[in-house]
Design a protein. Structure first.
Length: 259
């Protein structure tokens, strides 16, 4: 008997049954390559997003905690910088508020100057007869049935009214101004070259308590006209309208001079 016949043989591994081999292969085939359904993909994306958010939060928390570990001199420097920035902002706020007040005051001053200019222009227009005027005053009517009233008597009436404080005067439909003149003769009176007829109606703006007595004083205009067989009546009113206008004339030589 040969040695080969008596040499020990290695133990044989028992072979798996054929049905077990088939089950393993099916398991491996089911796991690889992986097959993801739509629901599994959505869940995976949500988990990924949640993890990313947690990572960012942790990073932010870590950054906020840097001040906790900073040195004392670093914290003092940071506080000083914040204080300087706060002071600069306060200074800028104060400067802007001062600028706003200056602009408001300038606007108020300009508006007041504009208002005063307009008021002054209106006053000059009343005196020049280029704008209409209204206010308290009197109506003075002269009846001349005998056509005996001379132009100089009407001019005296204007002078008395001006002396009593008349601010605006109109005779019939002619505005009386500084250079107004009377001419003609009784029954054919002219004012600034325009003919007027009786009754002569004076619309006068001023203080009625001053205007009426000035015409009715003894030896005054009313008595003088009555000597000419004319009748004169004075009526006070709280609203007299002077609306006859004069064209604005530009002087040929006179110019305004600086103050």
């Amino acid at each position: 008997m040969s040695n080969e016949e008596h040499a020990p043989q290695p133990p044989r591994t028992p072979e798996a049954p054929p049905e077990e081999i088939t089950g393993r292969r099916r398991l491996v085939a089911g796991l690889w390559p992986p097959r993801l359904t739509r629901a599994q993909l959505v869940v995976a994306l949500l988990l990924f997003g949640l993890g990313l958010g947690l990572a960012i939060q942790v990073r932010s928390t870590s950054d906020d905690g840097t001040l906790r570990g900073a040195r004392q001199e670093d914290l003092v420097r940071i506080l000083d910088e914040l204080d300087d920035r706060s002071r600069r902002l306060e200074d800028e706020k104060t400067r802007l508020e001062a600028q706003r007040r200056e602009l408001e005051n300038s606007s108020d001053q300009a508006e007041e100057a504009r208002r005063q200019t307009q008021e002054r222009e209106r006053q000059l227009g009343v005196l020049a007869g280029t704008v209409a005027a209204e206010g308290p005053g009197i109506t003075f009517v002269v009846e001349d049935p005998l056509t005996a009233v001379e132009p100089d008597k009407l001019l005296d009436t204007i002078q008395e009214l001006r002396a009593a404080g008349a601010e605006a005067i109109q005779v019939n439909d002619v505005r009386v101004v500084a250079d107004t003149y009377f001419s003609g003769e009784a029954g054919a009176v002219q004012v600034d070259g325009r003919k007027i007829r009786a009754p002569y109606r004076f619309e006068v703006i001023g203080r009625p308590q001053d205007l009426e007595p000035a015409l009715n004083i003894p030896g005054g205009i009313v008595q003088t006209l009555e000597k000419e067989q004319a009748t004169a009546t004075v009526t006070r009113s709280e609203k007299i309208v002077v609306d006859a206008l004069r064209p604005a004339e530009r002087p040929d030589y006179a110019r305004s001079s600086p103050q």
